[in-house]
Design a protein around this ligand. Structure first.
Ligand SMILES: O=c1nc[nH]c2c1ncn2[C@H]1C[C@H](O)[C@@H](COP(=O)(O)OP(=O)(O)OP(=O)(O)O)O1
Ligand SMILES: [Mg+2]
Length: 202
């Protein structure tokens, strides 16, 4: 496992919600961060069929474009009653000609569960794969998961993406009803981050 000994890390994401969470999670380690937006980087096509594959694409594209070490995050929700969908296609379910519409994506998720008459609780997992990549091509991969259930109607206006329909196990609130610090203690991203910190920053 290679340690990170730089003072600057590029967070290779175009998602502001993720970027804020990652910046908070990294804040104790005194690392300066910038994001794809700061470097004017295009959003690479995510052509792989696994979270790890897509996270690798994003991290290595950012490293190649800037020469900086980069950390990417590929994540999504796997819903038991839908055979693991939307999974790596979680963002695609929100895609419209005018940008991403997560109300539409959450509505589709619930409608498809209704269509198959999925039993309750409607189990699901948020999953996160982090890839830390260096300019010489080396990378390290870390995975995290948060089990829970899909609920309806949507609840809460905090967080981002599918947060309003995901209730983590052991809680009676959705991610959308948690403040960012609370979510950052237990989320799939926090789980992957613990491993990243132990592996590369400790
Ligand atoms: O904590 C989360 N709370 C709610 N929703 C979440 C979360 N984490 C991922 N998600 C959803 C949003 C997005 O629809 C998809 C990830 O897709 P994914 O390609 O990894 O991210 P993205 O396209 O938004 O940004 P980018 O690729 O530039 O990092 O899963
Ligand atoms: Mg993406």
């Amino acid at each position: 496992m290679r340690k990170f000994d730089g003072d600057h890390l590029l967070i290779a994401t175009h998602n502001r919600g993720k970027l804020e969470e990652i910046a908070d999670l990294l804040s104790p380690f005194g690392v300066k961060v910038s994001s794809n937006a700061d470097h004017g980087l295009p959003e690479p096509e995510e052509t792989e069929t696994t979270f790890t594959g897509n996270a690798r694409i994003k991290a290595h594209a950012a490293v190649k474009a800037t020469g900086l070490p980069a950390l990417s995050d590929d994540s999504g929700i796997t819903v038991d009653g839908l055979g693991g969908a939307p999974g790596v296609y979680t963002a695609d379910w929100a895609e419209t000609p005018d940008g991403r519409d997560f109300d539409m994506a959450m509505t589709r998720t619930w409608s498809e569960l209704e269509a198959v008459d999925a039993p309750y609780p409607r189990g699901a997992q948020f999953r996160c794969c982090l890839v830390l990549a260096w300019p010489d091509g080396h990378d390290e991969v870390f995975e995290g998961v948060m089990p829970g259930q899909v609920v309806w109607p949507m609840r809460g206006d905090q967080g981002h993406g599918y947060d309003p329909i995901f209730q983590p196990d052991g809680y009676d609130v959705t991610f959308g009803e948690m403040d960012r610090w609370e979510k950052n203690k237990i989320s799939h991203r926090a789980d992957a981050f613990k491993k990243l910190i132990e592996g590369c920053f400790a």
